[in-house]
Design a protein around this ligand. Structure first.
Ligand code: ADP
Ligand code: ADP
Length: 231
């Protein structure tokens, strides 16, 4: 896994120069570590992801991946090292299998199927996700939110990036679906550095470290046990 360092990062969105989305934000994530980002809506969690993917650059401070400032990476190289599982999985109008392959177009079918198995998506790998059925009639299958998430996770597993950014779904999954998604996430996190925007207690409990954000700053961090002990 990769090492990620955010050093005294200050950032405001260009459209909102009066409001700091992150302020004096410093975070050091060790190779292989899983860090859960938690905090109210608007606290700055997804801004951390946007900066790591370089959709924006911070106005102050520095962000480094494996010791190199993000600004010094070619964008393709940087984004090639990062797997993103967004909250709302982006599914294309083609088979589930091709959706998974998107992360690594050179992958063999066997590799894609293996990733699908690890993400518990093998049961619908040949399905044509929703949207497509409107012009393919009978052949389309409406995938549930949990299934779409598993496709997105399979895509990340296939890509096998050194850094994984997971944004957990906020929408309710039924208990069985939640269990399967959780198992898929665990396969994806195995052996790589992971930052996860955690909405689910199970994920928070499994993280090596929890970082609590409030108004763009880290207000608390530690293991789950440490945070509980501190109340
Ligand atoms: P979280 O992910 O914790 O809900 P965000 O990182 O999305 O929080 O937001 C942090 C702050 O930045 C909030 O004040 C939010 O309104 C603002 N913000 C987020 N995205 C944008 C954007 N694209 N343009 C302007 N402001 C934004
Ligand atoms: P690939 O996914 O094939 O590596 P990219 O370099 O476009 O291609 O993307 C790198 C990472 O950034 C991927 O995980 C992708 O999902 C994510 N990404 C790219 N563009 C966007 C975007 N506009 N919004 C959110 N995530 C994006």
């Amino acid at each position: 896994g990769a090492q990620v360092v955010l050093e005294d990062v200050g950032f405001y969105y260009p459209s909102r120069p009066g409001t700091a989305a992150l302020r004096h934000f410093s975070l050091d994530v060790a190779p292989g570590e899983t860090v859960a980002l938690v905090g109210e809506s608007g606290a700055g969690k997804s801004t951390v992801f946007q900066l790591l993917l370089r959709f924006f650059d911070p106005q102050t401070g520095d962000i480094r991946l494996d010791g190199q400032s993000l600004r010094r990476f070619a964008l393709d190289d940087l984004r090639g090292r990062i797997g993103l599982v967004p909250q709302d999985a982006v599914i294309f109008s083609t088979t589930a299998l091709e959706n998974i392959r998107y992360g690594r177009p050179d992958a063999t079918e066997a590799e894609v199927r293996h990733a699908a198995r690890l993400a518990h998506a093998e049961g619908f790998i040949d399905a044509l996700p929703d949207g497509f059925h409107t012009f393919l009639g009978e052949r389309g299958v409406r995938l549930s939110g949990g299934q779409k998430q598993r496709l997105s996770i399979a895509r990340a597993i296939l890509k096998a990036p050194p850094l994984l950014l997971l944004d957990e779904a906020t929408s309710a999954l039924d208990a069985e679906s939640e269990r399967v998604v959780q198992a898929a996430l665990e396969s994806a996190m195995e052996g790589r550095t992971t930052l996860v925007i955690a909405h689910r207690l199970a994920t928070v409990q499994r993280a090596d470290r929890i970082v609590v954000l409030d108004h763009g700053a880290i207000v608390e961090q530690g293991t789950h046990a440490e945070l509980i002990a501190r109340g």
